[in-house]
Design a protein around this ligand. Structure first.
Ligand code: ADP
Ligand code: ADP
Ligand code: MG
Ligand code: MG
Length: 539
């Protein structure tokens, strides 16, 4: 691979740049010699939400660090100390001149919700209530706490919270402050579908007060629902990133899906992402690869029961529902990590399982990890079906302990797929992956289960990913943290319908790309689809 621009190997063959703009101007920032360079900055758009869409390692967090004033860009002169004066001069005559001028003088106030919320307890101590009361400059505490469902954890210590709880606290703390510009770096990680849409709601509400908002997001349905405009970022992960023109949200996301930016004349992916509507597997007609009786499991204060179900050869079954409803408990029973209190896996199958929480305690490099954990490592099939799509080569020498969230996820999915098995079971494989990596993961799973005449069960929260990959689906419902029920695997449309009815949202399809889009609450389509019970259009 390679586009001729550099000698590096592109991390994803799916995102090889096929044609690049003739000449890139001077970078806005360069981290050092032979290090990452950023070209261009997003547009500041008062009173609206601008989404940032692009692969990992392309400069998204760098942009937010610059715009929030945490880092003064160096315009490529990495050997000299940078100053705001230079930057203001550089942007003379553009809206960014005014922005940086005011920012450097403290005349505008910015708020930044960082990407890594799990680090929050290191910097902030104490109880949720105290923290949120202290930052409530907008006087919106009550309504934000309600929308984000924070009430049950108001009196908890920050250090005792899960990832999804910390994410909601971090979003709440950001929106409660009274600022001019709000920056959100990946606000949906760890959240379930309902929580994602509630986060969209409280963030969008800022624009009612004329605030300006920028959001980095990999969940296309959430990005679509939150943004008025988007900037697509393209380039080479870890090498350089270019900020495209500002586009309306529909057009921008469609350009991303098509892999082509018309105005810039840049193709950054060989093919468009295609949302094909597969014919549903007729119930009871598939050839059964695995089945289980109804399964029950109780913990102190929580109980799960799952309907008996069958998995067919060559199919991908997705499983979705709120956090704390028993999805991971169910996956662990199938993987025989825990024993059900009642019921059993009837037809014994070999299962290759990727847990939700990944263990990075391995002492040693990725290569050493693969030698001991991936039985097919070194074979040609491993190279073509796994190494290449998951871009494992570029992380081979890194220590497993030093991997980023996305890198560890890629390694885990790759290792799971390298094992010979009849059922491949993934618990939240898209966490920390960018849109391209989610797509690559979906394609790799599909190809491998077809080649090996196997099947796959995938727990996930990304509706666009679920839509793209599912043959059938199962729904988890009940009261999170108390009791959960799982339906048997069934047709995608009816599963999605009952799930969305529970969440209270409807989806339509984009006419051009056929990707699912969230309908605005109480819009004509929303009301109409609810009336006829079509929460999830396939057509
Ligand atoms: P994104 O948010 O799009 O994933 P980032 O803006 O975090 O990307 O990083 C872009 C690139 O810059 C990555 O290759 C990253 O490793 C590199 N980078 C980020 N911060 C630094 C830094 N402080 N020093 C050197 N390189 C950095
Ligand atoms: P999900 O994957 O849908 O978010 P889980 O299966 O992880 O849900 O958890 C469901 C419920 O069971 C949660 O309330 C969780 O706290 C509880 N739970 C999970 N594992 C244990 C355990 N080992 N001991 C006690 N409670 C548990
Ligand atoms: Mg980032
Ligand atoms: Mg789980």
């Amino acid at each position: 691979s390679g586009c001729g621009i550099c000698t590096k190997r592109c991390p994803f063959n799916a995102v090889d740049i096929i044609n690049l703009p003739e000449a890139l101007e001077d970078p806005i920032h360069r981290y050092g010699q032979n290090m990452f360079q950023l070209f261009g900055l997003p547009t500041i758009n008062p009173g609206s939400v601008v989404g940032i869409l692009g692969p990992n390692g392309i400069g998204k967090s760098t942009i937010i660090r610059i715009l929030s004033g945490e880092m003064i860009p160096n315009l490529g002169n990495y050997e000299e100390e940078s100053s705001w004066e230079n930057i203001i001069n550089y942007f003379k005559g553009s809206q960014l001149q005014n922005y940086f001028n005011k920012l450097s003088k403290g005349q505008i106030k910015v708020v930044h919700k960082p990407q890594m919320v799990d680090l929050l307890p290191r910097y902030v101590k104490g109880e949720v209530r105290n923290l949120l009361e202290q930052v409530d400059e907008r006087g919106a505490l009550e309504s934000v706490v309600k929308t984000l469902d924070i009430k049950p954890i108001m009196d908890r210590e920050l250090s005792k919270l899960s990832g999804g709880e910390l994410q909601r606290i971090a979003i709440a703390a950001a929106v409660l402050k009274d600022a001019d510009f709000y920056y959100f770096d990946e606000p949906t990680s760890w959240l379930d579908v309902r929580q994602r849409l509630n986060a969209v709601k409280v963030i969008r509400e800022l624009t009612n007060e004329g605030k300006s908002v920028m959001v980095i997001e990999h969940d296309l349905a959430a990005l679509d629902a939150i943004s008025d405009y988007v900037h697509v970022l393209y380039g080479q992960s870890g090498g350089y990133g270019v900020v495209s023109h500002l586009r309306g949200v529909r057009v921008g996301i469609n350009a991303y899906i098509n892999g082509f930016l018309r105005e810039e004349n840049v193709r950054f992916r060989k093919r468009a992402i295609e949302f094909e509507v597969r014919p549903p597997t007729p119930e009871g007609e598939g050839q059964v690869i695995a089945d289980y009786s109804s399964l029950k499991k109780s913990y102190d204060g929580f109980k799960l029961d799952a309907e008996e179900g069958e998995i067919y050869y060559n199919e991908i079954v997705t499983a979705f529902g709120p956090n704390g409803i028993g999805k991971t408990t169910f996956a662990k029973m199938l993987a025989e990590v825990i024993k059900p209190d009642a019921g059993k896996i009837k037809k014994k199958v070999t299962i290759s399982y990727k847990p939700q929480y990944l263990d990075s305690e391995f002492e040693g490099s990725v290569e050493e990890f693969l030698y001991t954990h991936a039985p097919t490592y070194g074979t040609n099939i491993f190279k073509s079906e796994i190494m290449r799509p998951f871009a494992i080569e570029e992380i081979l020498e890194k220590k497993v302990k030093d991997l980023s969230g996305g890198e560890l996820q890629r390694l885990s999915v790759a290792t799971t797929l390298s094992k010979p098995a009849e059922v491949y079971l993934f618990d939240e494989p898209t966490a920390f992956l960018d849109v391209e990596q989610r797509l690559v993961t979906a394609r790799a799973i599909r190809k491998i289960i077809e080649n090996r005449h196997a099947a796959s069960i995938i727990v996930d929260h990304d509706i666009v990913f679920i839509d793209y990959i599912s043959d059938r689906a199962m729904v988890f419902y009940g009261t999170p943290g108390q009791e959960g029920h799982a339906t048997k695997p069934t047709e995608l449309r009816s599963s999605m319908n009952s799930f969305l009815k529970d969440v209270g949202i409807t989806f339509r399809r984009d006419k051009e790309t056929r990707r699912p889009r969230v309908n605005k609450l109480d819009s004509y389509l929303d009301r109409n689809q609810k009336e006829i019970g079509e929460y999830y259009y396939l057509k």
